[in-house]
Design a protein around this ligand. Structure first.
Ligand code: FAD
Length: 372
C-alpha cells in the first residue's frame, strides 16, 4: 500500500487508457494528456493506432512475426483480458473461440512455411490442429474454396473501439482527468512539458505516446530508445455484411498477401492489414484495397454484397527489433514499440511496468476504512 500519488500520462491510446484505469482504480490522482479533440474514434489517420487495430489476440499466430517475449506476454494477457473485460461496466465484445489459418489448394507450401515459423508452442497454449473440410465447414460454413485449415484453439479477439471507450468511462468514474487538445512535447522524470511550454509536475509520469513519442530533434534532453521509433503503415477495409456468419478471426496464408478477416458485432467484418515500411498516413491505396478485398472475397463469397463502411490507415509504433520496451527511471516510465501486437500484450506489459516502478494501491484512510 502506498500514499496517493499524482500521476501524469502522455497519450490516451491503448496503453494510456489502460494505465489511467488501473492507476485511478488503485486510488491515485491521474491526469491524461492527448492532442485528440476528445475520447471518441475518428478514423482520420491521425488518431491512436489502437482504434484502427483488428483486435486479434493471437499469441501463437503472431509468433511467426515476433520473438518469444511477445508470445509469453500474449499468453499472460489472454488471461488478464478475461479478468479486465469482466470488470468493465460497459462490457466490450471479447471472445476466445480460437482463430483459423487457411490456405487455397495451390498455397500449401506457403502455409507450411508459416506454420514452421511458429515458435515452439508456448506453455499454456494448444498446438495448431489440422482440420479436414467437413470440420471446417461445420465450424465456419461461411468459408468456401479453402483447401487447408488449422485451428489455433486458444486465440481470442477484442473489439478495440468498444474497449477504448469502456476503459475511458471506467477511468473517468474512478476520477481520472482527461486533457484533450494537449500535445506533450517532452516527458522528463516527474514532469510533462506541453506544446505551449508550460510544465506540469507529478510524482510519476508515463510516456505512452506511440509513434508520437519520437522526438522532433535528436538534440536536447535524454530521449532514450524513443529516438529509434518508427511508424509502420497498416491499411484496413471495414465491411458491413448482414448475416455473414463468420464467428472467429481467420488468416489467409497466401504467397503475396497476408490477409485476415475479423468478425465484429453488428454484422461488421474487418479485413486487414497491409504492413508497409512507410509513415504515410494518407488514405488506402487502390492496390491495397483491391488486394485485401479480392483475397477476402476469394474465401468468403458472401462478401460480394457487403457494403464498404470505411477504409482506414494508421501507423503501428515499432522499434528496430519490433519488440516492446519498458524503460523505468525514478519518476518516469516509458512503454513503446508495441508494433502489431499492442492489444495482444498490453495487459501484461502494464502489469510489468507497474511492478517495475513499485506502484501499488493507495492505503485507505482510517475514515474510508470505517465507512467501508
Ligand atoms: C491496422 C492495424 C491493425 C492492428 N491490429 C492489431 C491486432 O489485431 N492485434 C494487436 O494486438 N494489435 C494490433 N495492432 C497494433 C496496436 O494497435 C498497437 O500496437 C497499439 O495501439 C499501440 O498502443 P500505444 O498505446 O503504444 O499507441 P497508440 O494506441 O497509438 O496511442 C498513442 C496515443 O498517444 C497520443 N499522442 C501522440 N503524440 C502525442 C503527444 N505529443 N502528446 C500526447 N499524446 C500524444 C496519440 O494521440 C494516441 O492517442 C494494429 C495496428 C494497426 C495500425
Amino acid at each position: 500500500m502506498s500514499a496517493r500519488l499524482k500521476i501524469g500520462i502522455a497519450g490516451a491510446g491503448l496503453l494510456g487508457r489502460l494505465l489511467a484505469w488501473r492507476l485511478s482504480r488503485m486510488g491515485h490522482a491521474v491526469s491524461v494528456f492527448d492532442p485528440a479533440p476528445d475520447a471518441h474514434p475518428r478514423f482520420d489517420g491521425k488518431q491512436a493506432a489502437a482504434f484502427s487495430a483488428a483486435g486479434m489476440l493471437s499469441p501463437l499466430a503472431e509468433s511467426a512475426n515476433a520473438g518469444t517475449c511477445v508470445a509469453a506476454l500474449g499468453v499472460r494477457s489472454l488471461v488478464l483480458w478475461r479478468e479486465l473485460v469482466a470488470q468493465l461496466r460497459d462490457e466490450p465484445f471479447h471472445a476466445q473461440r480460437g482463430s483459423l489459418l487457411i490456405a487455397h489448394a495451390g498455397d500449401l507450401g506457403t502455409a507450411l512455411r508459416m506454420l514452421a515459423r511458429l515458435h515452439e508452442v508456448p506453455k499454456g497454449l494448444q498446438a495448431p490442429q489440422l482440420l479436414d473440410r467437413d470440420q471446417l465447414s461445420r465450424m465456419e460454413p461461411a468459408l468456401h474454396g479453402v483447401a487447408h485449415a488449422w485451428l489455433l484453439p486458444d486465440e481470442g479477439q477484442i473489439d478495440p473501439p468498444q474497449t477504448l471507450q469502456a476503459m475511458h468511462s471506467e477511468a473517468s468514474r474512478e476520477g481520472a482527468q482527461w486533457h484533450w487538445n494537449q500535445q506533450v512535447l517532452d516527458v522528463s522524470p516527474a514532469a510533462l512539458t506541453m506544446a505551449d511550454g508550460t510544465r506540469r509536475d507529478f510524482d510519476w509520469v508515463f510516456d505512452v505516446r506511440g509513434v508520437g513519442a519520437r522526438p522532433r530533434s535528436t538534440k536536447g534532453p535524454d530521449h532514450g530508445f524513443t529516438i529509434k521509433l518508427r511508424g509502420v503503415r497498416g491499411e484496413t477495409v471495414w465491411l458491413h455484411a448482414p448475416g455473414h456468419g463468420l464467428t472467429r478471426p481467420v488468416r489467409l496464408l497466401h504467397p503475396r498477401h497476408h490477409v485476415y478477416l475479423v468478425p465484429r458485432p453488428d454484422d461488421v467484418v474487418v479485413v486487414g492489414a497491409t504492413e508497409i515500411e512507410s509513415e504515410d498516413r494518407s488514405n488506402i491505396s487502390l492496390r491495397s484495397a483491391v488486394e485485401l478485398m479480392a483475397a477476402a472475397h476469394s474465401v468468403m463469397p458472401a462478401l460480394a454484397e457487403a457494403r464498404i463502411l470505411r477504409t482506414d490507415t494508421n501507423l503501428r509504433p515499432a522499434l528496430p527489433d519490433n519488440e516492446p520496451r519498458i524503460e523505468t527511471v525514478p519518476g518516469r516510465v516509458r512503454i513503446n514499440g508495441l508494433f502489431r501486437h499492442g492489444w495482444l500484450i498490453a495487459p501484461a506489459l502494464v502489469q510489468d511496468a507497474l511492478a517495475a516502478c513499485k506502484l501499488s494501491a493507495v492505503a485507505p484512510t482510517p475514515a474510508a476504512e470505517a465507512s467501508a
